[in-house]
Design a protein around this ligand. Structure first.
Ligand SMILES: N[C@@H](CCC(=O)N[C@@H](CS)C(=O)NCC(=O)O)C(=O)O
Length: 204
């Protein structure tokens, strides 16, 4: 199977880190897509993912799955060992809750801040600086929340690393691109980040 991705982009990194944690990186052929050159905008690419985003997975039978968490879910179902999305109904539901919080209130505003303040994709969208700056403030607020949540906890949810840690970790790194960093007083968040950074999957 193939995953079309961009090695420098944060969503594909979430998938690679997820696969690395599960020991599945060698199951996949990674195909690089140059976003700045618009390789994701071609009709061929849109046939795989009409939303024109990376990552997208293409199975050997031609079936495609787009969306970072949908791709992760496929691997979680196919290879349940070392579960990263919970095992009991409650764990699965609470992790889904975390995933949505992280996606909607952390990753998404980080992406909006990036797109609307840097103009990186101005060839295909209309950047609105004020919106980007407001999104950046939402990201900073979420860091405060996350720091409080991590007090006395090793991971975001439960006693082991999960997809929630992966999303949060990749988002903290992505936020650095728009100069939003863990504040010196956010010691719980910094300690968690440092632990995550030590994991071999962080380099995937
Ligand atoms: N909701 C999608 C978002 C994917 C996404 O926004 N990918 C970015 C890179 S991290 C992208 O492909 N951007 C290219 C563009 O907007 O033209 C997911 O979770 O996979």
């Amino acid at each position: 199977m193939k995953i079309y991705e961009t090695s420098t982009a944060p969503n594909p990194r979430r998938v690679r880190m997820f696969l690395a944690e599960k020991g599945l990186l060698d199951k996949v052929e990674f195909v690089q897509v140059d976003l700045q050159k618009g390789e994701n905008l071609t009709p061929e690419y849109q046939a795989m993912n009409p939303m024109k985003k990376v990552p997208v997975m293409q199975l050997d039978d031609g079936n495609c799955v787009a969306e970072t968490m949908a791709i992760c879910l496929y691997f979680e179902q196919m290879y349940p060992e070392k579960p990263l999305m919970g095992t009991t109904p409650l764990e699965k539901a609470q992790l889904e809750q975390w995933q949505r919080w992280l996606d909607y209130y952390f990753f998404m505003p980080t992406g909006m801040c990036f797109q609307h303040t840097t103009g990186y994709f101005k060839d295909r969208m209309n950047p609105i600086k004020e919106w980007g700056e407001e999104a950046g403030r939402q990201v900073a607020d979420f860091l405060v929340f996350l720091d409080r949540h991590l007090e006395g906890r090793e991971f975001i949810y439960g006693d082991n690393v999960t997809a929630a840690d992966i999303t949060a970790f990749c988002t903290v790194d992505f936020a650095r691109v728009v100069k939003i960093r863990i504040a010196p007083e956010q010691t719980n968040l910094q300690a968690w980040y440092d632990r995550m950074k030590e994991r071999p999957s962080a380099k995937a």
